[in-house]
Design a protein around this ligand. Structure first.
Ligand SMILES: Cc1cc2nc3c(=O)[nH]c(=O)nc-3n(C[C@H](O)[C@H](O)[C@H](O)COP(=O)(O)OP(=O)(O)OC[C@H]3O[C@@H](n4cnc5c(N)ncnc54)[C@H](O)[C@@H]3O)c2cc1C
Length: 194
């Protein structure tokens, strides 16, 4: 009998455990997640701190120093505790920092084989979560591949403009050639298969 396929939308706490239960029940599960990574609201982005008017919305509403508002013994899934017997740490405080909750959820996704079932939503081909995009831009800026400056837009709003540095251009060129090389190899393979 063919295995039924099921889609779960969102890899937050609810989506992850739903996927695990469906997997246990024998379904072929794929979890579609717009950010491409498990954790949902617990995936922190420093961009929530800036709150720049006109900036794209960020999915997470956590702030950097946030700790849970429930004690860790009340928060876990029933069979996967917040200590080392489950996906947590024995030394974690009773009200852990948000990074601990994310680690717990990622451990859950890894331990039950759900992480490999998480796919980035591709309905709008290469749609990128604004929070992930800003984090990536900041990372590239720190690495010296991008520079940015605040400027006035045509309709008098302040917006941040990014441009590639010389090092960024070199990196883009190297990665584009590598991508083209790989894509051509896959294309040749598909033609052989056909
Ligand atoms: C600031 C804050 C503090 C909190 N503190 C606690 C706490 O201390 N203890 C506690 O138990 N709970 C707390 N919560 C509640 C928290 O919401 C839950 O713990 C839990 O993480 C919710 O999980 P979820 O899967 O329902 O939703 P989310 O974590 O919001 O996950 C939903 C996921 O679905 C994805 N998604 C949405 N739409 C789409 C789409 N169309 N296509 C693809 N992907 C999509 C999102 O990107 C996201 O990853 C807190 C919440 C907030 C905001």
């Amino acid at each position: 009998m063919a295995t039924e396929t099921v889609a779960v939308i969102g890899a937050g706490a609810a989506g992850l455990v739903t996927a695990r239960e469906l997997d246990r029940a024998g379904f072929d599960v794929t979890v579609f997640e717009q950010s491409g990574q498990p954790g949902g609201v617990w995936v922190y982005s420093p961009d929530t701190e800036d709150d720049q008017p006109g900036a794209p919305p960020v999915f997470s509403s956590l702030y950097d120093s946030l700790r849970t508002n429930l004690p860790r013994d009340l928060m876990p899934y029933t069979d996967y505790t917040f200590d080392s017997a489950g996906g947590g740490g024995d030394g974690w405080p009773r009200y852990p920092h948000h990074t601990a909750v994310l680690a717990y959820l990622r451990n859950f996704a890894a331990d039950f084989g759900i992480a490999r079932r998480v796919e980035q939503t591709s309905g709008e081909v290469f749609k990128v979560n604004p929070g992930s995009l800003l984090t990536a831009l900041k990372r590239l800026e720190r690495a010296g591949s991008l520079r940015s400056e605040w400027r006035q837009t045509e309709n008098s709003r302040r917006a941040k403009y990014y441009e590639l540095t010389a090092a960024g251009h070199r990196q883009l060129e190297a990665e584009s050639s590598e991508w083209k090389r790989r894509a051509a190899a896959v294309q040749r393979l598909l033609q052989t298969e056909a």
